[in-house]
Ligand binder design. Structure first.
Ligand code: NAP
Length: 348
């Protein structure tokens, strides 16, 4: 199979570097184009980028000349990791010009005709794409993935949806890498907890309802559950931990829930997509797991981990969830979305 050429908008930034890393040796996609601001355009990627990931910058990308983020010479499929202050206009311009924009930015996630995908849960929301194209008169399209803490919560809740989710309280312990680079000042985060991440709680609440919602005709009906999020930054490098309490209408047992988590599979697994974890949500029996340092990297950072599922005296159950915020919460999520879109004919 001939590989599909892809580009990355915002390739020089933190999430852009994760795209570059994640797309190395991808069996379907060939990264041939890197875009960034006019501060970087015209330079070689190696000169424009302060490489901040473990391991060397991939050689194939190091020699690319960084381009302006303007539609025209970019491949049809582009991943977006641009600064949110510019993503709205630039992503729209690319979609209008016929590009398929698979975005990690928050800008378009909550628009009614834009799919917000966790493909194990709501692959059918891709049916919004033709509606979006018709409504906006675009040949291209925008598809998004959720915020890095939302993805952990929704992957944990996905297997529980069948039991009727009524109320959710989620408290995060979010890694420093989620704040980009240089992120939070070391004087603030060392041996400390920051009990505020701007806009994060609202994003978690709204995005969760959209992702777990049902497609009805040309719109997504949000999950009619109350979701309350508390978001905290903690001195962890990678991996967002979320403690969750949930009320369920169909009073299952703890064993029912653990069995549902273990049996849970979605479109990426059915289609054996290259970046799909074999088991998207892994239940851990140990009483002190999952932990970010020990577990976030497992399954190439693409699975979510759940543990400590037990009765909750206030709601019905409580548990701990964990996921890799810059892989499953950013670049890996977008690449998995594009793989699903390719498998379902959205890139034809
Ligand atoms: N950090 C995370 O873990 C994380 C997780 C989930 C989502 N996100 C989202 O992902 C996006 C990127 O975050 P980040 O942490 O990677 O930010 P970042 O490191 O600041 O990178 C921003 C990127 O946007 C480019 N850019 C800035 N202005 C531009 C313009 N006018 N035209 C075109 N490109 C422009 C930058 O290019 P230059 O190098 O040329 O300035 C750079 O490549 C944001 O929307 C963020 O909310 C981040």
């Amino acid at each position: 199979m001939k590989k599909i050429e892809v580009g990355v908008l915002g390739a020089t930034g933190m999430v852009g570097q994760h795209f570059v890393n994640f797309l190395q040796s991808h069996p379907w996609f060939d990264l041939t184009w890197a875009g960034a601001s006019d501060r970087s355009a015209g330079k070689k990627y190696r000169e424009a980028t302060s490489w901040r990931l473990n391991g060397a910058m991939p050689q194939t990308v190091a020699d690319l000349t960084v381009q302006d983020c303007k539609p025209g010479n970019a491949p049809r499929l582009v991943f977006s990791a641009m600064d949110a202050s510019v993503a709205t206009e630039i992503e729209r311009a690319f979609a209008q010009a016929g590009h398929i924009v698979v975005s990690n930015s928050r800008n378009h996630r909550m628009e009614a005709d834009v799919p917000l995908l966790v493909p194990e849960i709501n692959a059918d929301h891709l049916k919004l794409v033709p509606i979006q194209q018709k409504k906006r008169g675009w040949k291209g399209q925008i598809v998004t993935n959720p915020n890095c803490s939302t993805v952990v919560l929704t992957m944990a809740l996905g297997p529980l949806k069948q039991f009727g989710i009524e109320r959710v309280v989620a408290t995060t312990m979010q890694a420093i890498s989620g704040a980009g680079y240089p992120g939070v000042a070391s004087m603030d985060i060392n041996a400390n907890v920051l009990p505020f991440i701007g806009g994060e709680e609202e994003k978690m609440q709204q995005e969760t309802q959209k992702i777990l919602g049902d497609l009805r005709g040309d719109r997504v009906e949000p999950l009619p559950a109350k979701v309350s999020a508390h978001c905290n930054r903690v001195p962890v490098v990678d991996g967002h931990t979320v403690t969750v309490s949930v009320a369920l209408s169909k009073k299952p047992s703890a064993q029912d829930l653990i069995a549902a988590i273990r049996a849970f599979r979605g479109a990426p697994q059915e289609r054996a997509l290259p970046s799909a974890p074999v088991q998207p949500v892994i239940y851990m029996e140990e009483e002190n797991r999952p932990q970010p340092r020990r577990d976030a990297d497992r399954e190439r950072g693409m699975a979510a981990f759940v543990g400590r599922l037990r009765l909750c005296p206030v709601f019905d159950f409580k548990f701990v969830a964990l996921g890799h915020n810059t892989i499953r919460g950013a670049a890996g999520a977008a690449v998995l979305n594009a793989e699903l879109m390719s498998a379902e004919g959205y890139l034809d």
